[in-house]
Design a protein around this ligand. Structure first.
Ligand SMILES: Cc1ncc(COP(=O)(O)O)c(C=O)c1O
Ligand SMILES: [Zn+2]
Length: 437
């Protein structure tokens, strides 16, 4: 299977067998996900042999399981507790970074009752990250790679959350940032991306246009010295999503959940959660037993869900039209890999419409006190739909991801939420409104 959207790069690659010239901890080389071709660590993302996506190959051979477990448990309350499993130098926690992660795994008993889940339902609430989305995890990795390769400007194409995460990480590290977003994003996302003082450029087009533009910029002198976190630093960036898998298992007492519901935009996060779970099994940190991964999309941008239901291996691009703008990637680079994972693990890919997304945001808020952005409405809505159509087993332990904060997508719920009543500041007025006990 060929990767769907892999742009070429002008970065050259040195001899495949030479030792890594940069210190990125246990990262040994880059390896092609399609043909296995290996190249040294560098700011490249596409295989020179087959244009497949490159990912990090590690050397974990020296680890003793119990020593590793103790080292992790004694580590900081952020993603750097997993530094031995990430492409970062051993002293990563000492450098200025935004130190995301170790977010709450909320035992969602009230939501479980509403949905009829009896096997244990948890919400991994990644709105608790420094810029209020899971993107801080991936950007923190990319920042270390940018430092290792000597980039002085941090950049990205973004559906909103990534732009804010890059702005914040660059500010903290003292690097320039210049990031690109579709011009018509939610105000909350724009403000969150702009406030850190970097350059924020709106592109007249959708995310796929923004991404194409960035691929061109990488090959141009205007983009020289720029680390695009999700393009030329993508192999490093993507590894950050593994930390969601590590944290979920550690927070469950070093146990695998039976089922996970994960949102899909490019599909990177879902594929790396699967990679993280497999690593924990291989390292002996959790027991080796099956788990199912379910992918969640908005109906208005559902290329992977449509392909899944049609039994296709190839994902046909769509033009997005949904309130879930953070997930609005019509041509997802990792779409085919998501299909593989959903099918291999016995999961599925499902979508919900905008109305169901809003209902699910309100359901999660009302039952668990968690205000999710539209992407969280997608995962909760899809969880409900998967239970209704019998694809998700309510008797099994299930983890639903909330990857972002509702304060960034207020418009989604603003039209039908608001004051219960407006009263004069008097008890009579309060009673008249029927609000007393
Ligand atoms: C809040 C949120 N959740 C999930 C995703 C999905 O990320 P991926 O592109 O890794 O599938 C995004 C991507 O922008 C996002 O902003
Ligand atoms: Zn290859």
């Amino acid at each position: 299977m060929a990767a769907q959207t892999v742009a070429s790069t002008t970065n050259t690659v040195t001899s495949p067998d030479s030792a890594p010239s940069v210190d990125l901890g246990p990262a040994a080389a880059l390896s092609c996900r399609e043909c296995g071709h290996r190249v040294p660590l560098g700011p490249v993302f596409a295989c020179e042999e087959c244009f497949g996506p490159l990912e990090i190959a590690y050397d974990f051979s020296a680890y003793d399981t119990e020593e590793l477990r103790k080292r992790i448990e004694a580590g900081p309350a952020n993603i750097w507790r997993y530094a031995p499993l990430l492409p970062v130098p051993a002293d990563v926690a000492d450098k200025p970074n935004i130190n995301p992660g170790w977010t709450k795994l909320v035992q969602a008993d009230n939501l479980a009752r509403e949905l009829g889940v009896t096997g244990g339902l948890y919400v991994k609430d990644d709105s608790g990250n420094p810029t209020h989305s899971f993107k801080d995890r991936v950007v923190a990795q990319a920042l270390e790679a940018a430092r290792a390769f000597g980039f002085t400007t941090l950049s990205c194409s973004s559906t909103g959350n990534l732009a804010g995460a890059v702005g914040a990480a660059a500010a903290r590290a003292g690097l320039r940032s210049c990031v690109f977003i579709p011009h018509d994003l939610e105000q909350g996302k724009v403000v969150m991306a702009a406030v850190y003082g970097g350059e924020l450029v709106g592109i007249e087009g959708n995310y796929d246009d923004v991404n194409r533009f960035c691929s061109e910029l990488i090959g141009d002198p205007a983009g020289e010295g720029w680390g695009f976190v999700n393009v030329n630093l993508r192999p490093y960036y993507a590894e950050g999503s593994k930390t969601l898998a590590y944290e979920i298992c550690e927070q469950l007492g070093w146990r695998l959940p039976d089922q996970l519901v994960v949102p899909i935009a490019s599909g990177s996060q879902l594929t790396k959660i699967d990679k993280g779970l497999k690593e924990l099994i291989e390292l002996g940190l959790v027991e080796d037993r099956p788990y199912k991964i379910f992918g969640a999309q908005a109906e208005g941008c559902s290329p992977v869900s449509v392909a899944y239901k049609a039994g296709h291996d190839v994902v046909r691009p769509q033009k997005p039209d949904t309130i879930a703008k953070s997930l609005a990637i019509g041509n997802p680079a990792d779409g085919p890999y998501v299909l593989d994972i959903a099918r291999r693990t016995g999961g599925a890919v499902e979508d919900v419409n905008d109305e169901q997304i809003v209902d699910a945001i309100k359901l999660l808020a009302r039952t668990e006190g968690i205000f999710a952005e539209t992407a969280g409405g997608v995962t909760v809505g899809v969880t409900r739909k998967l239970i209704e159509n019998g694809l998700l087993d309510p008797s099994l332990t299930t983890v639903v991801l909330n990857t972002g904060d509702g304060l960034k997508t207020l418009d989604a719920v603003a039209s039908d939420t608001g004051l219960t009543a407006t009263i004069r500041p008097s008890l009579d007025s309060f009673r008249e409104a029927g609000l007393g006990s």
